[in-house]
Design a protein around this ligand. Sequence first.
Ligand SMILES: *[C@@H]1O[C@H](CO)[C@@H](O)[C@H](O)[C@H]1NC(C)=O
Ligand SMILES: *[C@@H]1O[C@H](CO)[C@@H](O)[C@H](O)[C@H]1NC(C)=O
Ligand SMILES: *[C@@H]1O[C@H](CO)[C@@H](O)[C@H](O)[C@H]1NC(C)=O
Ligand SMILES: *[C@@H]1O[C@H](CO)[C@@H](O)[C@H](O)[C@H]1NC(C)=O
Ligand SMILES: [Ca+2]
Ligand SMILES: [Ca+2]
Length: 232
Amino acid sequence: MIISREVYLPKWTKVLLIVFAVCLVFALGGLCILGILYVRVSVQLSAKKTNGTSDLMCSATSIRRHLKTLCNVKRPFTHISKISKIKTTGCALCAVHWIHSGGKCYYYSTVKMNWTQSRDHCVTLGGHLVIINSKAEQDFVTSNVEETHWIGLNDVDTEGHWVWVNNQPVNNSVEFWMKRENEISEPDNWTKFHPDGEDCAGLGHPGGETDFWMDAYCFEEKRFVCEAAAAV
Ligand SMILES: *[C@@H]1O[C@H](CO)[C@@H](O)[C@H](O)[C@H]1NC(C)=O
Ligand SMILES: *[C@@H]1O[C@H](CO)[C@@H](O)[C@H](O)[C@H]1NC(C)=O
Ligand SMILES: *[C@@H]1O[C@H](CO)[C@@H](O)[C@H](O)[C@H]1NC(C)=O
Ligand SMILES: *[C@@H]1O[C@H](CO)[C@@H](O)[C@H](O)[C@H]1NC(C)=O
Ligand SMILES: [Ca+2]
Ligand SMILES: [Ca+2]
């Protein structure tokens, strides 16, 4: 029955079907090309915006993955091979408003809180106040701040013994206290405004440069930087 029906299909129906099929192929091709253009443009844009090649490669890879699924329908599309040159093993993912760097996620608060509130707020957000373990991390964290921010370091328990929020002491070969020539460097435990001295560390001070650590009064309200592991 089916065969006999096919025999009776008018010639123009077949022509129409072929035209339709050709259109479909062109539409898919167009979609792929649009997608590729989008990747190119967004890669260029993010290259301008960020200075992290891993982030750049990551976003390109995930877009490419989606493109592949789409474009695999009709192969070959030679454009894909160009994008395939970008290879990463996996994408590190951060929550919205967190920034990815070096396998970690960072959150820069817009609100100001005292040190203990800042510490607790980072935990509420699923992280902890930032712990700086390297020059690279110090550079990344300070590159995104333009005013004083709390970090996860204090000497509340034992005066002069600085520990991170994970209870690790400061590694003396990885410290970025502000140094002053011919003057007392940080931490200076300043007691001018409070007899207890300063027990919490932040980047810079109100109105000052933010590239170095300084001890400050824990009750001061500052913005703060949280850190969390990235999902891979
Ligand atoms: C980008 O990062 C490199 C090394 O991490 C650094 O030398 C360079 O100055 C940075 N460029 C900008 C524009 O931040
Ligand atoms: C301190 O940092 C240096 C340089 O990164 C490293 O070689 C050393 O193992 C660290 N020490 C501790 C106790 O973590
Ligand atoms: C910091 O100041 C407090 C209060 O004056 C004092 O008890 C403490 O010994 C000082 N710490 C250092 C390291 O000088
Ligand atoms: C921070 O603020 C909270 C709430 O006002 C207060 O309970 C806490 O004692 C403050 N912490 C410090 C170190 O000032
Ligand atoms: Ca102190
Ligand atoms: Ca100080």
